[in-house]
Design a protein around this ligand. Sequence first.
Ligand code: BT5
Length: 324
Amino acid sequence: QSDIRRTLLEMFTNSKEEYVSGQKISDMLGCSRTAVWKHIEDLRKEGYELEAVRKKGYRIVNKPNKVSENELILGLQTKKIGQHVHYEEVVESTQKIAHRLAQEGVQEGTVVVAEEQTSGRGRLDRVWHSPKGTGVWMSIILRPTVPPQNAPQLTLLTAVAVVQAIQEVTGISPQIKWPNDILIEGKKAVGILTEMQADADRIHSVIIGIGINVNQQQQDFSDAIKDIATSLAAETGELINRATLMQTIFLKIESLYEEYLKNGFGLIKVLWETYAISIGKRIIARTLRGSIEGWAKGITEDGVLLVEDDLGVLHHIHSADIEL
Ligand code: BT5
């Protein structure tokens, strides 16, 4: 069923403005004209606007503003990431679904994405605002063959990939605030939440949650975050195609992930540091056990933040919120 959809959408996309005749479609799909009509109706139900002209055939005049499986598959250049997409209109949290799918043993690179989350979450169970249709709210399932203590490196890898993708798609150059925020002009546009299923010595899966404010206007943000949040559209003044952005992120993650599994964290660490704002600056790191003020020196090979306090003591920060 979904293979037929894909072939059909590929035909329409390849023929651009031209009409594709019903006969040609039925030949390509190897099904009857009545079956073709039924597939066209299904696409219409999904929000594709298809024009039908007698003796000419069909063409697409408008695609739905959605991040459905169809939209993500067309033109996807990856081998793994995003090849399997689990799409929902509304979910509590894509993380929750991804955890379940990971347990069920789905393929590495499977992505869960939703138009809206009703209980999107950040670290420490904080709220992640995920309004309908304007953002990218997704979770990616990976199964890296690295020890569990290296999992935080994947947060940093993801941040690098998202920065590169945003640069490529919008021309904006965002910055990374350790460990998981991506900021534009000092405001948060992206949050990343990495969780894992693991034994003491082995990772079963890593679930990388990525939340991106894409097409919200500044006035769309609720009072709770309006002073600290921004979106790609608010910064560029243009609406951004979410499916294209996601496909670009998949491609960037895939190539960095291959590099990571082959050669380790070295290159990613260097890239991460070039995009980071906090390194070399005076910061306050608020941890669950108290605050540490000092100079951010860099990150270790494990992705741990190094902060030197005023007594010259070097602190290894595994988890904290950073204030600049
Ligand atoms: C994060 O947590 O930044 C990780 C956010 C991960 C969200 C994705 S969406 C897909 C997947 N499914 C989920 O349920 N989650 C993941 P943290 O560093 O704890 O930051 C949370 C803080 O960011 C909140 O306390 C707010 O201050 C702020 N915030 C909440 N929603 C925001 C938004 N849409 N844009 C900017 N800032 C926001």
